[in-house]
Structure formats: C-alpha cells, structure tokens
Design a protein around this ligand. Structure first.
Ligand SMILES: [Zn+2]
Length: 243
C-alpha cells in the first residue's frame, strides 16, 4: 500500500473526499504559481455529495497544502471532524453554496489586476471581449465589506445569486463552479479580462461594443449550446438579477 493510500485509509475518507482534498491542494498550487494569491491569501472549497464542505484552513499558505491540512465543515460552518480550523473567510463560501445549490466549488483569491481595477473605479461589466460576453457576460463588483466580519459574505449575496464571478471592492475575486476546475477557469478568465482592461485604460479610452454587436454575440449562445449564467442576459449587478 502506498503512503497516500495509507493516509486515506487512516483518515476514513471516502474516494470522493480524498479526490477533492487532492484537487483543492492542486488548485491552491496553481493559484499561487499564477500570482492570484500571495502569502496566506485566499481560500478554496468544494462541496461533497452529502452537502458538507472541504475548505482550506485558516492562516496557511494555499500554494503548499497537503490533503490532511484541509478543514471539513457543514453548511453552517461547523466542523464535522477534529481536523484543522476552516478559513476565517468561510462565510464567502457558505453564502455561495447556500444561494446556489448548483455550485460545487468556490475560489476566493486576490488577483492583482482585478483588484486594481476596483481601486481605480473601472467597471468589469463593460462589454468589450466577445468570449466574455458570450459566456459569463461580465464581472459585477460587490461593495466593500470588512474582511473577517459578516459584512463580507453579505456584500456578495445578491451577486452570487445571478453571477458565477464577482470582484469584491478593494479586496479580491470570488468564482463559482460546477467543479474546482470550472471555478478556476472563471478566475483565469476574470484576471485575463482585468489585464486587458488595465492595458487598454493605460493607452486610450475604452469603448463598449455597440448594443447590436452585443445582442448578436448573445444570440450565438443558443446556437453554440452555451447555457452558463450570463450577467448581460439576467442583468445581474445592474439592478436586475434573477437566475
Ligand atoms: Zn480575501
């Protein structure tokens, strides 16, 4: 028996739990390598079939985690084993899973370009990039909420109901997915869009695509079989916001 198999057996993890614990560590390494987090920033979670969550622990560097260092909590944030204590920003994850029964993974990071745009007051909802318009629509900004308090989870509640991507004012990103890779893909898209907007704002004036071009792009969603939540279709973060 390998040391990994011995570890799984000694902890009593199901195959699903063991797989998700490894995947969270892998995504943490990716986020760290891509500079989406530094130091002990960010937190990553996944929902098991029984409704409980595996989440990164408080204070740890998420780029260097091992499966046994993760916390296991229920949907109220209460520990379900004697393992490590959950992230202090667990509220972001709890509100996302409670509002969205379809979501199985949540990533909270501090991607520098996206956060910088919130400091500069640049809206990531502006329709400029075809791939973003067709898939997620745009990226709404949540009002500032004090980290470590209930304000933070409350600040994103209305947006996560109708969007898979959020930037939190002066703070970071939250991306929701059907699985960890899906949530990571949206984080990648969010920060890449922020980089393009940053460069464009440095060298000129950014103009949205005309409304008819946006409608034409949204019209391709049916043809292409794209069924993702789209903030241009549901007006999320623009006074609308039904799913
Ligand atoms: Zn944070």
């Amino acid at each position: 028996m390998s040391s990994v198999e011995e570890l799984i057996q000694s902890r009593g993890w199901s195959d699903e739990e063991a797989r998700l614990r490894s995947a969270i560590c892998e995504i943490g390494r990716l986020c760290y390598q891509r500079n989406y987090i530094v130091g002990a920033d960010g937190n990553i979670s996944a929902r098991l079939a029984d409704g409980t969550l595996i989440i990164t622990p408080a204070g740890a560097m998420k780029g260097f985690l091992a499966p046994e260092q993760l916390a296991h909590v229920d949907l109220q944030g209460r520990p379900v084993d004697l393992g490590p204590k959950a992230s202090t920003e667990v509220g972001i994850h709890l509100v996302s899973y409670r509002e969205r029964p379809d979501v199985r993974a949540v990533l909270h990071c501090h991607p520098p370009h996206a956060v910088a745009l919130t400091l500069a007051g640049i809206d990531m909802q502006i329709p400029v990039i075809p791939e973003i318009i067709v898939t997620i629509g745009g990226i709404p900004t949540a009002p500032f909420g004090t980290p470590g308090t209930d304000e933070l989870a409350a600040s994103i509640r209305d947006i996560v109901r109708c969007s898979d991507t959020v930037v939190m004012q002066n703070h970071g990103s939250v991306t929701l997915g059907a699985n960890l890779l899906d949530a990571y893909k949206k984080l990648d898209m969010l920060e890449h869009t922020a980089k393009i907007l940053w460069i464009a704002n440095c060298i000129g004036t950014v103009k949205p695509l005309p409304a008819d071009a946006v409608q034409k792009l949204l019209g391709t969603r049916t043809e292409l079989g794209i069924r993702t939540l789209n903030t241009l279709e549901n007006q999320c973060g623009r006074g609308g916001g039904s799913r």
